[in-house]
Design a binder for this molecule. Structure first.
Ligand code: GLU
Length: 473
């Protein structure tokens, strides 16, 4: 999954993209090597007794950077996980956090496992045992290294990890901040589940606020009515395609999944499809769309926007030349290999890169971590105060003008923001600001011709500054 013959590995691919940016920046070799190096990688192997038999599991936690603490990044459970992949993903976390001004270093973990082969209780035992290893070896705590969900993990696994940490460190008042992406009733935050998909939506919206950028992708007008092919209807793909189609009028003309692709040029109803998959475990027999068994070929379908939201190395030297999308937004980490990226750039296809595009997840993880260490739900102190203030303004307007403010207007003026409102507002602002910084970098430096290089230059400039300010010892 991570290596495609005749192409660099995933980690090498990320490094090559970073090198391209470093070259444009003219950054000195010492600082660039310090930024690129993966600080540490822990590999653990531990036994668990499953159905009377001992099985040995292998897992990793790579800490790419600690220039900010804690280091942050998900844990994935996958049968193809490898150290190379974990290191690549950890480095992406470093760049990602810097792009969206989330004050964390970069880290990533993985467990080599096929979760579909185990019962719920077995998964709990394995997850708790893995967490135990990471905690005991010093790579999991609220102040040093904070995991989150990734491919194959979700709220359930995060709750088990938090509980394991709590039992080992009951004296740590911030124990609940040792992991993010937790269920709401275990210290989670509203809007974390949808966050990465929501971030993808906010990123595309921001792109479409700049007519010159839209023009550079050979499109014009607004997002409304644009066609979109999405690969992967997991947490990220589902939310991104649902929000884009339901709220922005984007037409989802194809959905690519493991067992093929569904095509309907009139548009696929994402909510219906999502429920169909939950009910039947597959996309087959979904009414209202045609099944194409060769799912990968559908990446090449003509469309305005292509959203790879599955795994790495999906657009490679093999298929890059046949891609027809005008804009690609990388909702997954590393879906385009280095070689494919060069081909797509030459073809004039605009790519909104992963390190920015899918940063919504870690941004809301940051909000969750803040909520946890401050021990208070966001909006708890202000909501009613803001509502009273809003009601007074409406009353004052009525008194001054001698007219009545409509009930709906009164309601919206007197609405105090709750946690979800605040999380969405913070995420929207983060995605807008980061895109504006990236495009400024692109405009200011004539050597930069693509958004990926501009993103890395933006990010590395911030990281380098922090290295230089503090010094290296
Ligand atoms: N796994 C997600 C990512 O790749 C989220 C990481 C986090 O929230 O720490 O960005």
């Amino acid at each position: 999954m991570t290596t495609v013959s005749n192409e660099p590995t995933f980690r090498e691919s990320v490094d090559l993209m970073v090198d391209r940016a470093i070259c444009v920046m003219g950054l000195d070799e010492g600082t660039s090597s310090a930024i690129k190096a993966c600080n540490s990688v822990l590999q653990v192997q531990f036994p668990v007794k499953i159905r009377g038999k001992i099985e040995v599991f292998t897992g990793w936690r790579a800490t790419h950077s600690t220039h900010r603490l804690p280091s942050k990044g998900g844990i994935r459970f996958a049968p193809y996980a490898s150290q190379d992949e974990v290191e690549a993903l950890a480095s992406l976390m470093t760049y990602k956090c810097a792009i969206v001004d989330v004050p964390f270093g970069g880290s990533k973990g993985a467990l080599l496992i096929d979760p579909s082969q185990y019962e719920r209780d077995e998964m709990e035992m394995i997850t708790r045992r893995f967490a135990h290893e990471l905690i005991r070896k010093g790579v999991l705590s609220p102040s040093t290294n904070v995991p989150a969900p990734d491919v194959g993990t979700g709220q359930r696994e995060m709750a088990w990890i938090a509980d394991t940490y709590k039992h080992l460190h009951p004296e740590d008042i911030n124990y609940i901040a040792c992991v993010t992406g937790k269920p709401l009733h275990h210290g989670g935050i509203h809007g974390r589940v949808e966050a990465t998909g929501r971030g993808v939506q906010y990123a595309i919206r921001e792109f479409f606020r700049h007519p010159e950028d839209v023009k550079s992708a050979n499109m014009e007008g607004s997002l409304y009515g644009k066609t979109c092919v999405i690969q992967g209807l997991g947490n990220v793909g589902y939310h991104a395609s649902k929000f884009l189609s339901e709220e922005d009028g984007v037409i989802i003309t194809a959905v690519i999944e493991r067992d093929g692709a569904l095509i309907n040029d009139e548009g696929i109803n994402i909510e219906d499809l999502y429920h169909h998959i939950i009910e039947h475990g597959s996309i087959t027999n979904f009414p209202g769309a045609t099944l194409e068994e060769n799912g990968a070929a559908v990446l090449e379908k003509e469309c305005d926007i292509l959203i790879p939201a599955a795994l790495e190395s999906q657009i490679t030297l093999e298929n890059a030349d046949r891609i027809q999308a005008k804009l690609i937004i990388e909702a997954a980490n590393g879906p385009i290999t280095y070689g494919a990226d060069e081909i797509l750039n030459k073809k004039g296809i605009i790519i909104i890169p992963d390190a920015y595009a899918n940063a919504g997840g870690v941004t809301v993880s940051y909000f969750e971590w803040i909520r946890n260490i401050s021990h208070i739900r966001m909006g708890r102190m202000q909501k009613r105060h803001d509502e009273t203030h809003g009601a007074h303004i409406a009353a004052m307007l009525e008194e001054l003008t001698g007219t009545t403010v409509s009930d709906s207007l009164k309601k919206s003026v007197a609405h105090g923001a709750d946690e979800l409102d605040l999380v969405r507002s913070g995420l929207d602002d983060t995605m807008r600001t980061a895109y504006q910084q990236i495009r400024e970098t692109l405009i200011e430096n004539e050597k930069i011709t693509d958004l990926r290089t501009a993103s890395y230059v933006t990010s590395i400039t911030k990281i380098a500054r922090s290295y230089l300010d503090i010094g290296i010892y």
